[in-house]
Design a protein around this ligand. Structure first.
Ligand SMILES: NC(=O)c1ccc[n+]([C@@H]2O[C@H](COP(=O)([O-])OP(=O)(O)OC[C@H]3O[C@@H](n4cnc5c(N)ncnc54)[C@H](OP(=O)(O)O)[C@@H]3O)[C@@H](O)[C@H]2O)c1
Length: 176
Protein backbone atom coordinates (compact mmCIF):
# COMPACT_ATOMS: atom_id res chain seq x y z
CA UNK A 1 0.00 0.00 0.00
CA UNK A 2 1.34 3.46 -0.89
CA UNK A 3 2.06 5.73 2.06
CA UNK A 4 0.62 9.21 2.55
CA UNK A 5 3.21 11.57 4.02
CA UNK A 6 2.15 14.93 5.40
CA UNK A 7 5.31 17.08 5.03
CA UNK A 8 4.55 20.60 6.18
CA UNK A 9 5.89 23.62 8.07
CA UNK A 10 4.12 25.16 11.06
CA UNK A 11 4.55 27.90 13.61
CA UNK A 12 5.17 26.86 17.23
CA UNK A 13 1.43 27.17 17.86
CA UNK A 14 0.58 24.84 14.98
CA UNK A 15 -0.43 27.21 12.17
CA UNK A 16 0.54 26.64 8.54
CA UNK A 17 -0.36 30.15 7.39
CA UNK A 18 -1.62 33.44 8.75
CA UNK A 19 -5.38 34.01 8.62
CA UNK A 20 -5.10 35.64 5.20
CA UNK A 21 -2.79 32.87 3.92
CA UNK A 22 0.38 34.88 4.58
CA UNK A 23 3.63 32.90 4.68
CA UNK A 24 6.18 35.66 5.43
CA UNK A 25 6.96 34.14 8.86
CA UNK A 26 8.12 30.99 7.02
CA UNK A 27 9.73 32.45 3.92
CA UNK A 28 11.60 35.27 5.66
CA UNK A 29 12.85 33.19 8.61
CA UNK A 30 16.69 33.04 8.65
CA UNK A 31 17.13 29.60 7.10
CA UNK A 32 20.51 27.83 6.90
CA UNK A 33 22.10 28.11 3.48
CA UNK A 34 21.88 24.80 1.63
CA UNK A 35 19.60 23.19 4.26
CA UNK A 36 16.41 21.78 2.74
CA UNK A 37 14.92 20.14 5.87
CA UNK A 38 14.66 16.77 4.11
CA UNK A 39 12.85 18.11 1.02
CA UNK A 40 15.15 16.41 -1.55
CA UNK A 41 14.83 13.12 0.32
CA UNK A 42 11.04 13.48 0.33
CA UNK A 43 11.03 14.12 -3.42
CA UNK A 44 12.95 10.86 -3.93
CA UNK A 45 10.27 8.97 -1.99
CA UNK A 46 7.16 10.36 -3.72
CA UNK A 47 5.68 10.55 -7.21
CA UNK A 48 2.31 12.13 -6.40
CA UNK A 49 1.05 15.19 -4.48
CA UNK A 50 -2.32 16.07 -2.94
CA UNK A 51 -3.57 19.61 -2.33
CA UNK A 52 -6.76 21.31 -1.27
CA UNK A 53 -7.96 24.06 -3.59
CA UNK A 54 -7.07 26.66 -0.91
CA UNK A 55 -3.41 25.66 -1.13
CA UNK A 56 -3.42 25.46 -4.92
CA UNK A 57 -4.84 29.00 -5.10
CA UNK A 58 -1.82 30.31 -3.14
CA UNK A 59 0.55 28.25 -5.29
CA UNK A 60 -0.92 29.72 -8.47
CA UNK A 61 -0.14 33.22 -7.20
CA UNK A 62 3.58 32.41 -6.79
CA UNK A 63 5.87 33.86 -9.40
CA UNK A 64 8.30 31.50 -11.11
CA UNK A 65 7.95 28.04 -12.56
CA UNK A 66 5.43 25.52 -11.27
CA UNK A 67 7.27 23.73 -8.40
CA UNK A 68 5.99 20.18 -9.05
CA UNK A 69 6.36 19.60 -12.80
CA UNK A 70 7.27 15.90 -12.56
CA UNK A 71 4.83 14.51 -9.99
CA UNK A 72 1.18 13.65 -10.56
CA UNK A 73 -0.69 16.48 -8.78
CA UNK A 74 -4.27 16.10 -7.54
CA UNK A 75 -6.24 19.16 -6.40
CA UNK A 76 -9.46 18.59 -4.43
CA UNK A 77 -12.31 20.96 -5.17
CA UNK A 78 -16.09 20.98 -5.45
CA UNK A 79 -15.87 23.49 -8.32
CA UNK A 80 -15.24 23.08 -12.04
CA UNK A 81 -11.72 24.40 -12.45
CA UNK A 82 -9.01 24.52 -15.08
CA UNK A 83 -5.34 25.40 -14.85
CA UNK A 84 -2.37 25.94 -17.14
CA UNK A 85 -0.33 23.83 -14.68
CA UNK A 86 0.08 20.02 -14.81
CA UNK A 87 -2.63 19.22 -12.26
CA UNK A 88 -5.76 17.09 -12.11
CA UNK A 89 -8.84 18.50 -10.34
CA UNK A 90 -10.74 15.94 -8.29
CA UNK A 91 -14.41 16.54 -7.45
CA UNK A 92 -14.93 13.08 -5.98
CA UNK A 93 -15.04 12.64 -2.18
CA UNK A 94 -11.40 13.16 -1.12
CA UNK A 95 -11.20 10.24 1.34
CA UNK A 96 -12.68 7.76 -1.15
CA UNK A 97 -10.34 8.95 -3.88
CA UNK A 98 -7.25 8.77 -1.65
CA UNK A 99 -8.23 5.32 -0.34
CA UNK A 100 -8.32 4.13 -3.93
CA UNK A 101 -5.03 5.64 -5.11
CA UNK A 102 -3.25 4.28 -2.02
CA UNK A 103 -3.99 0.83 -3.41
CA UNK A 104 -2.55 1.52 -6.85
CA UNK A 105 1.11 0.90 -7.64
CA UNK A 106 3.59 3.72 -7.25
CA UNK A 107 5.77 5.56 -4.80
CA UNK A 108 4.63 7.36 -1.65
CA UNK A 109 2.24 10.33 -1.88
CA UNK A 110 2.98 13.79 -0.47
CA UNK A 111 0.04 15.42 1.26
CA UNK A 112 1.01 19.09 0.77
CA UNK A 113 -2.01 20.48 2.64
CA UNK A 114 -3.69 22.64 3.63
CA UNK A 115 -5.40 22.33 6.96
CA UNK A 116 -8.87 21.39 5.68
CA UNK A 117 -7.65 18.56 3.46
CA UNK A 118 -5.24 17.36 6.19
CA UNK A 119 -8.14 17.15 8.65
CA UNK A 120 -10.36 15.22 6.25
CA UNK A 121 -7.64 12.67 5.54
CA UNK A 122 -6.52 12.39 9.19
CA UNK A 123 -10.11 11.67 10.28
CA UNK A 124 -10.36 9.01 7.56
CA UNK A 125 -7.21 7.34 8.96
CA UNK A 126 -5.34 7.83 5.70
CA UNK A 127 -2.16 9.65 6.83
CA UNK A 128 0.77 7.27 7.47
CA UNK A 129 3.59 9.62 8.33
CA UNK A 130 3.97 13.21 9.46
CA UNK A 131 7.11 15.29 8.91
CA UNK A 132 6.44 18.59 10.60
CA UNK A 133 9.01 21.36 10.45
CA UNK A 134 8.44 23.86 13.24
CA UNK A 135 9.53 27.44 12.80
CA UNK A 136 10.18 29.17 16.15
CA UNK A 137 7.51 31.83 15.91
CA UNK A 138 4.06 32.18 17.47
CA UNK A 139 1.37 33.54 15.15
CA UNK A 140 -1.47 33.64 17.69
CA UNK A 141 -4.05 32.92 14.99
CA UNK A 142 -4.07 31.48 11.51
CA UNK A 143 -4.86 28.32 9.54
CA UNK A 144 -4.22 25.25 11.72
CA UNK A 145 -2.26 22.25 10.39
CA UNK A 146 -5.16 20.07 11.60
CA UNK A 147 -8.66 21.10 12.64
CA UNK A 148 -11.16 19.14 14.71
CA UNK A 149 -10.09 15.51 15.02
CA UNK A 150 -12.51 12.70 15.80
CA UNK A 151 -9.83 11.13 18.00
CA UNK A 152 -6.25 12.03 18.95
CA UNK A 153 -3.70 11.24 16.31
CA UNK A 154 -0.90 9.21 17.93
CA UNK A 155 2.37 7.71 16.75
CA UNK A 156 4.12 4.33 16.88
CA UNK A 157 7.54 5.77 16.42
CA UNK A 158 8.78 9.35 16.47
CA UNK A 159 11.93 11.43 16.39
CA UNK A 160 12.79 15.10 16.75
CA UNK A 161 15.70 16.82 15.07
CA UNK A 162 16.88 20.33 15.86
CA UNK A 163 18.65 22.67 13.49
CA UNK A 164 21.16 25.33 14.50
CA UNK A 165 18.84 28.16 13.44
CA UNK A 166 16.21 27.11 16.00
CA UNK A 167 14.01 25.12 13.61
CA UNK A 168 12.88 21.68 14.86
CA UNK A 169 11.55 18.79 12.83
CA UNK A 170 9.21 16.08 14.07
CA UNK A 171 9.02 12.79 12.14
CA UNK A 172 6.35 10.34 13.25
CA UNK A 173 4.78 7.12 11.95
CA UNK A 174 1.06 7.42 12.63
CA UNK A 175 -0.52 4.69 14.76
CA UNK A 176 -3.37 3.62 12.50
N1 LIG B 1 3.10 25.98 5.87
C1 LIG B 1 3.00 25.08 4.91
O1 LIG B 1 3.92 24.26 4.74
C2 LIG B 1 1.75 25.03 4.07
C3 LIG B 1 1.52 23.91 3.27
C4 LIG B 1 0.32 23.83 2.56
C5 LIG B 1 -0.59 24.87 2.62
N2 LIG B 1 -0.33 25.96 3.38
C6 LIG B 1 -1.31 27.06 3.45
O2 LIG B 1 -2.58 26.55 3.82
C7 LIG B 1 -3.58 27.44 3.34
C8 LIG B 1 -4.75 26.67 2.77
O3 LIG B 1 -5.28 25.81 3.74
P1 LIG B 1 -6.87 25.62 3.94
O4 LIG B 1 -7.08 24.74 5.11
O5 LIG B 1 -7.49 26.97 3.95
O6 LIG B 1 -7.35 24.97 2.57
P2 LIG B 1 -7.00 23.59 1.79
O7 LIG B 1 -7.10 22.42 2.70
O8 LIG B 1 -5.76 23.78 1.01
O9 LIG B 1 -8.20 23.56 0.74
C9 LIG B 1 -9.51 23.37 1.20
C10 LIG B 1 -10.45 23.38 0.03
O10 LIG B 1 -10.25 22.21 -0.76
C11 LIG B 1 -11.50 21.76 -1.29
N3 LIG B 1 -11.88 20.43 -0.85
C12 LIG B 1 -12.49 19.52 -1.63
N4 LIG B 1 -12.72 18.40 -0.98
C13 LIG B 1 -12.26 18.56 0.25
C14 LIG B 1 -12.27 17.71 1.39
N5 LIG B 1 -12.80 16.50 1.39
N6 LIG B 1 -11.70 18.16 2.52
C15 LIG B 1 -11.18 19.40 2.54
N7 LIG B 1 -11.17 20.26 1.47
C16 LIG B 1 -11.71 19.83 0.33
C17 LIG B 1 -12.53 22.81 -0.84
O11 LIG B 1 -12.50 23.84 -1.82
P3 LIG B 1 -13.63 24.16 -2.94
O12 LIG B 1 -14.32 25.35 -2.44
O13 LIG B 1 -12.81 24.41 -4.17
O14 LIG B 1 -14.51 22.97 -3.06
C18 LIG B 1 -11.92 23.35 0.43
O15 LIG B 1 -12.38 24.63 0.77
C19 LIG B 1 -2.91 28.34 2.32
O16 LIG B 1 -2.76 29.63 2.88
C20 LIG B 1 -1.54 27.70 2.11
O17 LIG B 1 -0.53 28.63 1.81
C21 LIG B 1 0.82 26.06 4.11
Amino acid sequence: MRKIILYIATSLDGYIAEKDGGLDWLEKYPHIEGEDYGYAELMQRIDTTLMGSGTFKILEEFKGPFPYPVTKNYIFTSQNKQSKHPVVFVKENASEFVKRIKQTSGKAIWLIGGGKLNTTLANAGLIDEIILTQIPVFLGEGIPVLGALEKPLTFNKQTWKSYKNGVAQFVGKVAL
